[in-house]
Design a protein around this ligand. Structure first.
Ligand code: NAI
Ligand code: MG
Length: 498
């Protein structure tokens, strides 16, 4: 496999990563108060890619102060909704013009194939900003007929921005997660302190430059890179932050909830998953087999909604498992910059160790790999696309989120038994069913306890479609018009008129 990183890096990217990157606070690029920096790595090689200012409590304090001031006193709140929408649209245009550059940044920092970053991550982020730009002018209240006081009152509601928002994002889709968070917050008129993941801060920092170029007022978006335990924890606990939005592990989601309790800030969470992907014997297997492979292997399995529990009706179990394994075998694993690559490395050594640890736990409990099962290559953080069989619901590999290219396959005999088995998880982010029977498909969609159900497809995302978790997969919905509920609050106004 071709792990060598091409020397022909995009010149703007080479310049961007060539010097230590600073943090964006109140419209200025600043070093950390402590003067510290931290390295971000190229996961294809394990080498240091760039140095980045290491924000901690002091920097978060300054960023929150800037966001507070921009919200309370700045031009942002006096701007019309239409002007806000135009700024967001302009940001989308700028991002689109730099698709190539952002593709490289994502590929280098996260490891994903450049070609995929350019056709998925960047355009989805552009589309999200455009969709949210449209919402800026459409956040409306209601007039409410009230009966108290004999009807001599005129009552209405205002939808107002929630205020200063802290946003903590993960490394699996660094740019797209920044867009999912920033788009609705800006459309709603909030101000933001964004903390990108320490593994992948580069695209968010470059986006910060475009935010300035678009003309957002100073302090509306502040970006503080740093570690979770320091910068992230300080943001989640900050008494002057009105709302915290988090995407990441369920474990840290719980810490966020505790940290938010101090000032009872609003919280939204998008956490882990262990999504069931159910293939019935009446499915179009020519679609279900490659669909089930990409359900788990897309983004190297580093998707919160990855189809990681594959349930197949017994009559077609062998055929589907062999088919998914054949798809896995064909995947070309290598450096994200190599145009032949279809799957890059995992994001970090920590994730490599975590995923390999799960594989070992699976083998110790009796699972067998029909394909893959090991680390790949001798440098970088690569894992072979893996299909595990002989798995049972009690196994760690079936219960816990692996967040790597590892699917556990299990047969079922009775279509009635599959609902409780599919729902037998602390998580409830996504699920999929493959069948030609439309009644069965919609019945399953109703009974599956998940925030998204895909029928005869997988990993279809759209800025207009709400996304979020049931059960321990999270609180709230991102995207669609639902997300505006996370960034606005309702004020009831009641006037005596008679
Ligand atoms: P993590 O939850 O630690 O990191 C996500 C973000 O939270 C990062 O920006 C990190 O700096 C921040 N963070 C970490 N500790 C924090 C704290 N105490 N207070 C505030 N912010 C904090 O996730 P990690 O360790 O990178 O990955 C571990 C596992 O989490 C993965 O194997 C996967 O199972 C899951 N995960 C789920 C994601 C999703 O999309 N739902 C994304 C990333 C990870
Ligand atoms: Mg962590």
């Amino acid at each position: 496999m071709g792990i060598a990183v091409s020397a022909e890096i995009n010149p703007q990217v080479a310049e961007f990563i060539g010097k230590p990157r600073k943090m964006l606070i109140n419209g200025k690029w600043a070093n950390a108060v402590s003067g510290k920096t931290f390295p971000t790595y190229n996961p294809a090689t394990g080498e240091v890619l760039a140095q980045v200012a290491e924000g901690d409590r002091e920097d978060i304090n300054q960023a929150v102060k800037a966001a507070r001031d921009a919200f309370d006193n700045g031009p942002w709140r006096r701007m019309t909704a239409s002007e806000r929408g135009r700024l967001i649209w302009k940001l989308a245009d700028l991002l689109e013009q730099h698709t190539e550059e952002f593709g490289y940044l994502e590929s280098l920092d996260n490891g994903k194939p450049l070609a995929i970053a350019k056709v998925a991550d960047v355009p989805l982020a552009v589309d999200l900003f455009r969709y949210m730009a449209g919402w800026a002018t459409k956040v409306e209240g209601n007039t409410i007929p009230i009966s108290s006081g004999g009807g001599k009152y005129f009552a209405y509601t205002l939808r107002e921005p929630v205020g200063v928002v802290g946003q903590i994002i993960p490394w699996n889709f660094p740019l797209l997660m920044a867009a999912w968070k920033l788009g609705p917050a800006l459309a709603s008129g909030c101000t933001v302190v964004l903390k990108p993941a320490e593994q992948t801060p580069l695209s968010a920092l470059r986006l910060g430059e475009l935010i300035q170029e678009a003309g957002f007022p100073d302090g509306v978006v502040n970006i503080v890179p740093g570690y979770g335990e320091t910068a992230g924890a300080a943001l989640a606990a900050h008494p002057d932050v009105d709302k915290i939005a988090f995407t990441g592990s369920t474990e840290v989601g719980r810490l966020i909830v505790h940290a938010a309790a101090g000032n009872l800030k609003k919280v939204s969470l998008e956490l882990g998953g262990k999504s069931p992907n159910v293939v019935f014997k009446d499915a179009d297997l020519d679609a279900a087999i490659p669909g089930s492979a990409s359900a788990i292997f897309f983004n190297h399995g580093q998707c919160c909604c990855a189809g990681s529990r594959l349930y197949v009706e017994k009559a077609v179990y062998d055929q589907v498992v062999e088919g998914v394994a054949a798809n896995a075998k064909k995947i070309r694993v290598g450096s994200g910059l190599d145009p032949k690559t279809q799957m890059g490395p995992l994001v970090s050594e920590e994730q490599l160790n975590r995923v390999c640890g799960y594989l070992e736990a699976g083998f110790a409990e009796g699972a067998k790999a029909v394909v893959g099962g090991h680390k790949a290559g001798d440098r970088g953080y690569f894992v072979e696309p893996t299909v595990l069989v002989d798995t049972r619901e009690s196994m760690k590999v079936v219960k816990e989120e692996i967040f790597g290219p590892v699917v556990t396959a299990m047969p079922f005999t009775d279509p009635e038994e599959i609902i409780p088995r599919a729902n037998n998880s602390d998580y409830g982010l996504a699920a999929a069913v493959w069948t030609r029977d439309i009644s069965k498909a919609h019945r399953m969609a109703e009974l599956l306890r998940a925030g998204t159900v895909w029928i005869n497809c997988y990993n279809i995302f759209d800025a207009a479609l709400p996304f979020g978790g049931y059960k321990q997969s999270g609180w709230g919905r991102e995207m669609g018009h639902d997300v505006l509920n996370l960034y606005t609050q309702t004020k009831a106004v009641c006037a005596k008129i008679g």
